[in-house]
Design a protein around this ligand. Structure first.
Ligand code: TMP
Ligand code: ASP
Length: 241
């Protein structure tokens, strides 16, 4: 039921626009087809991405909620619009890695695809103007991004999300290589999983072939971008045998 009045946009990000609603505790996220990579050095459009990512994000967040993880999702309004609880986003990009890839491989000069002995949580200051630098726990607290208790809670949350989503994707023939999440504080102070989780924010490799099923197809000009996003949606919405 789309009975929500949508007010003015309050923020436009790279892949979404956030709108206010008459209820100060609710926001509407509008999912765009726009794609960027490497902090906007590469800009493009992936036709149909917005509606696909909305459905992928909602399905994954529902799976996480079923596992006891609180998220900001309220309900789907239409194919591009999602009603969410308003949170104060903690300015950290919370990355979990199960295998080496991306900036980890680049920073530490290790080849991609090496399995890590244990999942690794990394925190980055979410600030495009400064290139989202890596921060350690103490710096995140000293810089005022989160309290020490929140940093601990974020790391626990990230590892729980990893456990749930790894199993979810594995049952659908996909390995969760790494992903990024964001967390926010609700009005009552509760820490909620926010933003989206989709092929834009995960590395997803087909089990058995290693075929990349995520935004690396756009970042690295691998082709079949739209078809791959649609394939991820189909697999995510499939009920495994
Ligand atoms: P990275 O290897 O570029 O640091 O990315 C790790 C994971 O986080 C990967 O799945 C992509 C995701 N990610 C985002 O969703 N947004 C970002 O801005 C960045 C840098 C990474
Ligand atoms: N989302 C980031 C950007 O738009 C980084 C990335 O996904 O590569 O630049």
């Amino acid at each position: 039921m789309n009975d929500i009045t949508i007010l003015a946009p309050i923020y436009e990000g790279k892949a979404k626009v956030v709108f206010a609603t008459p209820d100060p505790e609710l926001l509407v996220l509008h999912f765009k087809d726009d794609a960027t990579a490497f902090n906007r050095q590469k800009v493009g459009t992936i036709a149909g991405k917005g509606p696909i990512n909305l459905r992928v994000a909602v399905r994954l967040m529902r799976e996480l909620e079923a596992a006891g993880i609180a998220t900001h999702v309220v309900r789907v309004l239409d194919e591009r619009r999602l009603l969410v609880r308003k949170v104060a986003i903690i300015p950290l990009e919370i990355v979990v890695r199960n295998r080496t890839a991306g900036t980890f491989s680049k920073r530490y000069a290790v080849e991609e695809g090496i399995a890590l002995a244990a999942p690794l949580v990394e925190l980055f200051w979410k600030d495009d103007a400064h290139g989202d630098p890596l921060v350690n726990d103490a710096a995140a607290v000293l810089l005022g991004f989160a309290t020490a208790a929140e940093v601990t809670a974020i790391q626990v949350l990230a590892l729980r999300v990893n456990t749930v989503l790894r199993a979810f994707f594995a049952a659908r023939g996909i390995e969760l290589v790494d992903f990024k999440i964001e967390a926010g504080r609700a009005a009552d102070g509760a820490l909620l999983l926010a933003d989206e989780i989709s092929a834009d924010s995960c590395r997803l490799w087909e089990i058995g072939t290693g075929r990349k099923l995520d935004k690396d197809r756009f970042r690295r000009d691998l082709g079949d971008i739209e078809a791959t996003y649609a394939e991820v949606l189909a697999r995510v919405e499939a009920v495994p045998a």
